[in-house]
Design a protein around this ligand. Structure first.
Ligand code: GLU
Length: 443
């Protein structure tokens, strides 16, 4: 039999912006599909009409496009409610979906009692012993929700990251699939979608392991095999602290606004937690070609947002002028100066935005940085500097003259002049920089 085509999906809920944790899931699923020449689906899990918003869906697409993670198909759960209802009807007919009526408060009380008695807080299936009359009464009184009746056996699968797993269904509450107000919940929608869409591999965070166990049973109740499942570890901060506290600052849009380059972010996320060193790659496709899910481990993965800045700098240094020429042109750098501008600036920026600072320095002049004891020296030196435009030889001619006039040499000669001309302690080779400087500093 031919191998089935690989189909993966990324299924964010459009209830907020994507963050680095989502990105890891998205990227892994994208890489699996691309490496296998398969299909990658962007699925918006938007069955919650109150929390799902069009603007978040737009933001998700925009972030994915920014990263270059292309999708072959887009699906929205809100457009597939009839499919979920059909699956629910089938399970009702088979006695696998039952109506229950406990309020959240009642469920909470039951859980507390169970915990007090040292028992696991698993739903006691009280609803299964209600008479039809009682159900009618409760339905009128408060409305009912629908639970899937788990078969209380062990659920086993070989996880793509965690290895062989076995979960006792008796230790899990029968999952609610449809709420009292008729809203289809994630578990049902996800199962129906994954089977309808022929999803072959599901990679998601390890917070979904129990969901996976119940989903395997629901899939089987609907007459389907299940895809391969893999659960990657969750990200923590650099000290192992939960990342969720800081999610606000780790949305993909915030990273983009901070100037982080997509390839720096993707190169890091493709390797973090795999034991393989993070290596910059030029395209997401290169990352996909090298991707190996089995290298990833179960241990929480430490993520330090600060690592993205040097990686972005390294990425930028690797770029030819053509890759940044639009940005450079947008600053107003004339065509004939762009090659030089980029070669001078590339090693001295960690984000694209910093190019603007250099261009401002070149066109408007720097705020000179002069130590008090160097002031007479710098003043004397600037008198010896001709007015711009400066040439390739300006720096060596000028410093030669200053040396003759003042007797200074080495660092004592060059450093104060660099500080005066650039207002910075470090920067590009001054000989290369001088022809770009369009103003003589005034002190
Ligand atoms: N919408 C779910 C989430 O974001 C999808 C989980 C899954 O991949 O099945 O957690």
């Amino acid at each position: 039999m031919p191998e089935p085509v690989t189909v993966t999906r990324f299924a964010p809920s459009p209830t907020g912006y994507l963050h680095v944790g989502n990105l890891r899931t998205a990227l892994m699923n994208w890489m699996i599909a691309r490496k296998a020449g398969g299909t990658f689906i962007l699925r918006l899990d938007d069955t919650d009409p109150e929390r799902s918003r069009g603007e978040y869906a737009d933001a998700i697409r925009e972030d994915m496009e920014w990263l270059g993670l292309t999708w072959d198909r887009e699906e929205r759960q809100s457009a597939r409610l009839d499919r979920y209802m059909a699956a629910a009807d089938r399970m009702r007919g088979d006695g696998r979906l039952y109506e229950a009526f406990e309020t959240p408060g009642e469920l909470d009380l039951k859980r507390k009692k169970q915990l007090n008695m040292g028992r696991p807080p698993v739903y006691d299936r009280a609803a299964l012993s209600l008479s039809e009359q009682e159900k009618d009464r409760l339905r009128d009184e408060r409305g009912g929700h629908w639970r899937f009746k788990l078969d209380q056996s062990r659920i086993e699968w070989t996880d793509g990251v965690l290895g062989p797993l076995s979960i006792d269904a008796a230790s899990v509450s029968d999952p609610v699939l449809i709420r009292g107000d008729g809203q289809v919940l994630y578990t049902l929608a996800s199962v129906v979608d994954d089977t309808d869409m022929g999803v072959t591999h599901v990679v998601r965070g390890s917070d979904h392991v129990t969901n996976t166990a119940t989903q395997i049973q629901i899939m089987s109740a609907l007459g389907h095999d299940h895809p391969s499942f893999a659960h990657h570890s969750l990200l923590t901060g650099p000290q192992g602290e939960p990342l969720s506290k800081r999610l606000g600052t780790l949305s993909l849009r915030d990273l983009r606004a901070a100037g982080i380059e997509p390839m720096a972010l993707l190169s890091m996320m493709a390797r973090l937690g795999s034991g393989q060193a993070v290596d910059l790659r030029a395209t997401p496709e290169e990352l996909a070609a090298e991707f190996d899910l089995s290298a990833f481990g179960a241990a929480p993965t430490r993520f330090d947002v600060a690592d993205l800045t040097p990686l972005t700098g390294n990425y930028l240094q690797s770029l030819p002028l053509s890759a940044v020429e639009d940005d450079i042109a947008a600053l107003g750098v004339p065509a004939e100066l762009r090659e030089r501008f980029w070669s001078v600036v590339r090693d001295n920026i960690s984000t694209r935005a910093e190019m603007a600072d250099w261009w401002a320095l070149m066109t408007k002049g720097a705020e000179p940085m002069i130590d008090a004891e160097d002031r007479p020296f710098v003043a004397e030196a600037l008198d010896l500097l001709p007015d711009p435009p400066f040439a390739d030889t300006t720096w060596s001619d000028w410093t030669g003259r200053v040396k003759d006039a003042t007797g200074r040499k080495g660092k004592m000669l060059f450093m104060p002049l660099r500080h005066a001309m650039t207002g910075r302690r470090n920067g590009p080779d001054m000989g290369d920089l001088m022809p770009l400087l369009q103003r003589k500093p005034r002190i």
